[in-house]
Design a protein. Structure first.
Ligand code: ATP
Ligand code: MG
Length: 332
């Protein structure tokens, strides 16, 4: 995809989230920097437990309580630093300017209320839609996300819908207020391939209309190749590489990214889920010194195992940002 995007809608700097538990307090999201432009889709990939969902939740200041705490960082959305807002102000921003499609659609719809009333609630909270139009607007949103017979489904409870339909209903709640930014956390994992494709086309269509920025959390490089403009690779709570998708696919800098991509059969054909790499990521409460990937990295030496790696820049030919945190970036 060759689109160029100019206006920054979301700028994240130094975002750090800690978790407290039996093992004391440990860092689960560390010093995350992300930039998202209007109309752009940023893929966030990484193995299970690397901190992708927690990063998304931190952006909305919705980290699981009481275990998690945002310890540092700034999240500037359309010129407003979300970290400086009161909880009341933050409630106004959520849904209206930034919303998240949660990883588990079961938990993001309330089982005790109809789907229509949950869309209506989001609209009532965040838009000027007159009360008497809420139901019609909810039906319209369901129609937008291609739920069949929306006039009937508007009165359905979540358990009366199929998984795919529920996922689209979650999407309807998230987009109902046309936010500037949507974080879609594995929104298609529970869907079959055809419905996945439909759902992704739908998000893209909405994005073209409204210019929203999307952060797409996924394990699936096929989806990354199809829908994402830029990619951020997460490992053990850190972003280890970020850059334009095409550039990263062609010239990954970080050995972890390279390892992820090397097991992907064909970049432009069938691409599967993230393959497994030898070894397992460290538990976040017991991360190694130096580079967090060093115990699994074929290139690691003494320095990698002991010193925090620097950020190495290798801008794309068009000048766009591409960097990795590594002592031995491969493609430079
Ligand atoms: N509510 C919670 N209480 C305690 N620890 C948590 C909680 N939520 C997440 N964590 C921890 O934070 C870390 C990051 O979790 P997160 O859900 O962000 O991973 P992820 O990258 O989204 O993984 P997946 O690909 O499996 O969805 C994990 O080690 C997890 O154990
Ligand atoms: Mg997750």
């Amino acid at each position: 995809m060759k689109d160029t995007f100019t206006e920054t809608v979301l700028e994240v700097r130094g975002l750090t989230t800690t978790i407290s538990g039996k093992r004391g307090e440990f860092t689960a999201v560390e010093n995350v920097d992300l930039t998202l432009k209007r109309g752009e889709t940023l893929g966030l990939v990484g193995e299970s437990g690397s901190g992708k969902s927690l990063t998304g939740l931190s952006l909305l200041r919705l980290v699981p309580k009481p275990a998690a705490r945002i310890a540092a960082g700034s999240v500037v959305l359309d010129g407003i630093d979300l970290m400086s807002l009161t909880e009341d102000q933050m409630r106004q921003v959520r849904g209206r300017k930034i919303s998240m499609i949660l990883q588990d659609p079961q938990t993001s719809l309330n089982p005790s209320f109809t789907v229509g009333s949950q869309i209506a609630e989001a609209l009532a909270l965040h838009t000027d839609t007159p009360r008497k139009s809420l139901r019609d607007k909810a039906i319209e949103m369901l129609r937008r996300v291609r739920v069949a017979a929306p006039e009937h489904r508007v009165d359905a409870y979540p358990h009366q819908m199929s998984g795919g339909m529920r996922q689209r209903a979650v999407g309807a709640v998230a987009i109902s207020c046309a936010p500037d930014v949507i974080i879609a956390d594995e929104p298609t994992t529970s869907l079959d391939v055809t419905v996945q494709a439909q759902y992704i086309r739908l998000l893209q269509e909405l994005q073209r209309e409204s210019g929203m920025g999307i952060i797409f959390i996924t394990h699936d490089f096929g989806i990354v190749a199809k829908v994402c403009h830029r990619l951020a690779v997460m490992y053990a709570g850190q972003i280890v590489e970020t850059g334009p998708v095409a550039q990263i696919f062609d010239q990954p800098l970080h050995p972890y990214t390279r390892a992820l991509l090397s097991s992907v059969p064909k970049l432009h054909g069938q691409i599967g889920r993230l393959p497994s790499i030898e070894g397992t990521p460290p538990p976040l409460w017991d991360r190694p010194r130096g580079c967090k990937f060093s115990p699994r990295c074929p290139l690691a030496d003494h320095r990698c195992r002991n010193e925090e790696p620097p950020t190495v820049d290798s801008p794309a030919p068009d000048g766009s940002e591409h960097w990795a945190r590594c002592w031995k970036p491969e493609a430079i």
